[in-house]
Design a protein around this ligand. Structure first.
Ligand SMILES: [Zn+2]
Length: 196
């Protein structure tokens, strides 16, 4: 878990998934006159190693090869594509094909004896093994339904992944008072313009 996942009250059981999807920040809106700067926390294999070590998913200075780095970026891209779908559409093969192909590189095995009785552990035993936690969180989240609350903000200039804590689980924007308002104001202006 991280400061971000804590701040936005993301369940610990989905924190790696949430943080990993948000390592790519494509927000490009202007808030209070300040343009948001886009960012990517994973621009190199070393970045990935540091990110994983910070979350105790790898030993410090673990050697991530270029092929491992590519596999990680492939996982992130397909994960973000998947989360972009409305939860109701996520059961289709079209929504899951790329993600299923990406998580095939992160196989898991069941291990008894965890405090929950059983846990999914990585089958890989290399420097990338820890990233299998993302695949395990996908599995657990899909099983208990919490994955449906992990969504991507509907605002094109935001695309932040957020956890929807609303009771009906119908939120579309990461922050209604920011992204939601911006979209509504724009739609209103466009309607007004259309009337002239
Ligand atoms: Zn947003």
């Amino acid at each position: 878990m991280s400061k971000q996942s804590r701040r936005f009250q993301v369940p610990d059981a989905l924190a790696n998934l949430y943080d990993f999807a948000n390592t790519l920040d494509v927000r490009h809106f202007t808030h209070h006159g300040v343009p948001h700067r886009q960012d990517d926390e994973l621009t190199s294999a070393d970045d990935l190693a540091a990110w994983m070590a910070q979350r105790k998913l790898a030993r410090p200075a673990a050697k991530i090869t270029p092929a491992m780095f590519e596999a990680a970026l492939g996982l992130r891209a397909s994960l973000r594509d998947y989360l972009q779908h409305d939860p109701a559409e996520r059961r289709s093969r079209c929504a899951t094909r790329a993600l299923n192909a990406a998580i095939a590189s992160f196989p898991l095995r069941a291990e008894l004896g965890d405090e929950a009785g059983v846990a999914l552990r990585p089958t890989r035993d290399d420097a990338l093994a820890g990233l299998s936690a993302v695949a395990a969180e996908l599995y657990d989240g899909a099983r208990d339904g919490s994955l449906d609350r992990l969504k991507m903000c509907a605002a094109e200039e935001c695309r932040r992944v957020f956890f929807d804590r609303s009771k009906p689980a119908t939120r579309r924007w990461c922050m209604s008072n920011l992204c939601g308002n911006r979209i509504k104001t724009r739609a209103y202006r466009e309607r007004q313009r259309g009337r002239k």
